[in-house]
Design a protein around this ligand. Structure first.
Ligand code: 5CA
Ligand code: ZN
Length: 409
């Protein structure tokens, strides 16, 4: 699939900082030391009901990761998937009486537009589950041939017992895992499974559902977790720097992905850091497609809201916090954008050199975007109250806000 156009990232003078970030697997802050090319995989959308503010908040977090790396003069190899065939997508198409392919194409196009408007950096590879099938089938065959997978009425399941490190991403107990598995696409109650938690790798063709040639697996379609593992391993290889997503992906998705990769390669972990964004809520509940309590980026854009203000609304929250979307959050962001734009629209001002360092420090410290916003607020307040004589300052401030926060002033 094609991704979306990249907005330019201005190069800043001086030295970027290495990123210290929270890793779910170890429960600690880790200082990442990527090579000259940092490698990141971020789980993409299942293309229906996109892009809501929860999606946007999560992609914003991983956009910041890349901006910190780019500031250290590294290149970034970014891969993202689109889960363009899966139960919830097919169910939505049936509910609405529309073609599932058309639904996925339309929603993915809208997502690209939203990401472009929000100045989110595009992945180098943007890969749909359907186009990944030829790479998924041999992995499932390998897992089966190695005894890490088994067949149940034509479907193929992964055996969590095959992974000595199972549980090391989420650290949940069996009861919690079982509950989340049932909630998030698993089938713990299906009779005949070796372990209730075992996830499907390959689902045999069902009447009235799309299916593909699976070689020795027979016709069918891929399971969810193996999709991301196949794409990540093909394009990034084992031991890449960050796997990202919202906290609702910790279990089962990222746990199972780490397990599949362990069984395939004998190595753990697949990613050096498992990074998870908090959940955005609306009216006191997690914003989710199943509940339908959604605020869409595209709807706000249609209403004339500046995408830079949407982005500032996201940045006002720490990525690991759970937070609530309200009209006030947006109003505050619109007001802040106005203040910042006024501050950089003057020909001179107070020096912004310290501001650049404060932005770098804040983001390198587990992506502390609220601290970064506070630093810009302070500089803008100085500009408004006293001004200054540094002729380059507004340009320096504006380029730093663009490069590090993705906000064009
Ligand atoms: N296609 C899979 C990942 S492989 C998927 O989870 N798709 S999704 O469309 O449901 O979500 C896309 C991303 O948005 C995921 O990282 C998910 O964790 C995140 N996300 C979903 N809802 C919210 C929310 N309310 N707040 C924050 N992030 C969210
Ligand atoms: Zn994924």
């Amino acid at each position: 699939m094609h991704a979306w156009p990249a907005s330019e990232v201005p190069a800043l003078t001086g030295q970027g900082r290495d990123l210290r970030i929270h890793d779910t697997a170890t429960g600690a802050l880790v200082t990442l030391d990527p090579g000259p090319v940092a490698r990141i995989y971020v789980c993409g959308i299942t293309p229906y009901d996109a892009t809501h503010m929860g999606h946007a908040a999560t992609y914003n977090a991983f956009d910041l990761v890349q901006r910190v790396w780019l500031d250290t003069k590294r290149q970034v190899h970014y891969v993202q998937n689109v889960t363009d065939v899966d139960d919830p997508l097919l169910e939505r198409a049936v509910r609405d009486g529309i073609d599932w392919v058309g639904l996925a194409v339309k929603e993915t196009a809208l997502f690209r537009e939203d990401m472009t408007a929000l100045r989110m950096l595009p992945p180098k590879q943007y890969i749909g589950a359907v186009e990944a099938i030829p790479g998924i089938v041999p992995l499932v065959e390998r897992l089966r041939d190695a005894g890490a997978a088994y067949e149940l009425e034509g479907d193929v399941y992964f055996s969590v017992e095959a992974d000595p490190n199972f549980g090391k991403v989420s650290h949940l107990d069996a009861a919690a895992m079982r509950l989340l598995s049932a909630e998030r696409g698993g089938d713990p109650d299906r009779p005949g499974k070796k372990n209730p938690l075992d996830p499907m790798l390959w689902m045999a063709a069902r009447e009235g559902e799309p299916s593909w040639d699976g070689g020795s697996l027979g016709r069918g379609r891929p399971g969810w977790h193996i999709e991301c593992v196949a794409i990540a391993l093909e394009h990034l290889g084992m031991g890449f720097d960050v796997q990202g997503g919202g906290s609702d992906l910790v279990f089962p998705h990222h746990e199972m992905g780490a397990s599949h990769a362990q069984a395939l390669t004998g190595e753990f972990p697949m990613a050096k850091a498992y990074v998870h964004a908090g959940m955005v809520a609306l009216d006191g509940e997690k914003m989710s497609k199943s509940k339908g309590n959604l605020v869409f980026v595209s709807a706000l854009r249609r209403d004339g809201v500046d995408p830079a203000a949407i982005r500032l609304a996201l940045l006002a929250h720490h990525y690991r916090d759970n937070w609530e979307w309200t009209d006030q959050v947006l109003a505050d962001a619109v007001e802040r954008l106005g203040r910042w734009r006024a501050a950089v629209s003057r020909p001179d001002g107070p020096s912004a050199d310290a501001l650049v360092e404060e932005l770098r420090e804040a983001l390198a410290n587990d992506l502390d975007a609220p601290a970064a916003l506070a630093a810009v607020d302070r500089w803008a307040a100085l500009q408004a109250e006293r001004g200054g004589t540094d002729e380059g300052a507004p340009g320096v401030a504006s380029r730093a806000v663009d490069a590090l926060l993705g906000v064009a002033l």
